[in-house]
Ligand binder design. Structure first.
Ligand code: SF4
Length: 355
């Protein structure tokens, strides 16, 4: 790194000659074996949030029948393991309606994550990371999600539970409420990470971001990351990638099957998104089907799409450091027991050009 200013073209060996970069690369590469797929566990939810990706769109996933047979789920998980899936993302509508099926998944594939609204606690024996959704302070949650006192109820359910991390979805109407939520979570020793509302394909409501709300969100995320480093699991490059005027596909070229016809390698070959009837459809397969790809800034999408672009970032020490911060962030968000390190790249740099 000492001679960084003098070098215009780097070899990979030049970049990882920096001890801090090499150490971080060795840390994250141990997880390169992770291969994810996602599973809708239940078509029921105790909330009905505006803009919810599950109930939106035309792929009719919300009308798939629930398969509640644990033996069928066990068979599916064994088949998934057989074809190389090592990490499961259980979502839905609301997975906590079917804890026994979540346990069946855990017993076969022990690395994973559950996306939940946190109002019905999941038993500790399901030892996945649990992502608890927050869409603003309690007043806004009541308006958009029709649920009272959400944050207090979520915290009661997951107090002292190392599986839990809160995922704050920034919409144009809740940007300044992120401080209040972060302060409350910090005071109770919880962690928070950030998501961006990404409009479903047929959504033209007031929650769709504009260039102004993206810039405002970027400023608030930066302040909170600087002020609450123990609580906020994020990095400057995460902020850039998710609040950029261009969406993730435009910036990084999405590799999920829905946008990627190649079945040769990576997500195009391995990723599936199963519905509650245990069927899947390649044409709709991504972690947030029915999201408008031009507006996709979703944290789950980025955790795979940006992470898959290692070589595009291995061009300068600064870009590779930013990419390592991004991967380190998302391993901490998604993998239970993985601790985030200090961010290596403190500046908000532009993503590298597509080659
Ligand atoms: S919604 Fe996002 S993750 Fe899904 S296919 Fe489109 S760009 Fe990719």
């Amino acid at each position: 790194m000492e001679n960084a200013k003098d070098i215009t073209e780097y070899k990979f060996s030049d970049i990882i000659a920096s001890p801090s970069i090499k150490e971080r690369f060795e840390k994250v590469r141990k997880y390169f074996f992770l291969r994810e797929s996602t599973y809708d566990m239940s078509n029921r939810c105790n909330l009905r949030c505006e803009g919810c990706y599950y109930y939106a769109g035309e792929t009719e996933k919300q009308f798939a029948e629930e398969n509640l047979n644990p033996a069928d789920w066990q068979q599916l998980m064994e088949a998934e393991k057989e074809r190389g899936i090592t990490f499961v993302v259980l979502a839905g509508a609301e997975p906590s309606y079917v804890p026994e099926l979540c346990k069946t998944c855990y017993d076969t594939i022990p690395l994973g994550c559950i996306a939940s609204n946190g109002l019905m606690p999941l038993a500790k024996e399901i030892d996945y990371r649990i992502h608890i959704s927050v869409w603003g302070n309690d007043k806004t949650s009541l308006e958009i999600r029709k649920a009272k006192n959400m944050l207090v109820r979520q915290m009661e359910n997951y107090q002292g539970d190392s599986r839990a991390i809160w995922v704050y979805t920034f919409t144009p109407v809740n940007i300044d409420q992120a401080r209040e939520v972060t302060e409350t979570l910090a005071a109770n020793n919880h962690q928070i990470t950030f998501n961006m509302f990404s409009a479903p394909t047929d959504y033209n409501g007031h929650l769709r971001h504009t260039p102004q709300t993206l810039a405002h969100t970027r400023a608030v995320m930066s302040e909170l990351l600087a002020e609450f480093p123990e609580t906020v699991v994020f990095s400057p490059y995460n902020i850039v990638a998710h609040t950029h005027e261009q969406g993730l596909h435009s910036l990084f070229s999405c590799s999920y099957p829905r946008m990627n016809p190649s079945t040769a390698i990576g997500l195009g070959r391995s990723f599936r998104q199963y519905r509650t009837d245990l069927q899947w459809d390649r044409a709709a397969a991504c972690c947030v089907p029915d999201t408008d790809c031009d507006d996709c800034r979703h944290y789950a999408a980025g955790s795979a799409v940006v992470t898959a672009r290692m070589y595009r970032h291995a061009t300068t020490p600064q870009h590779f450091s930013a990419w390592l911060d991004y991967v380190d962030t998302y391993l901490a968000v998604w993998v239970k027991g993985y601790d985030k390190g200090e961010n290596l790249c403190k500046e908000m740099i532009e993503p590298p050009e597509q080659s």
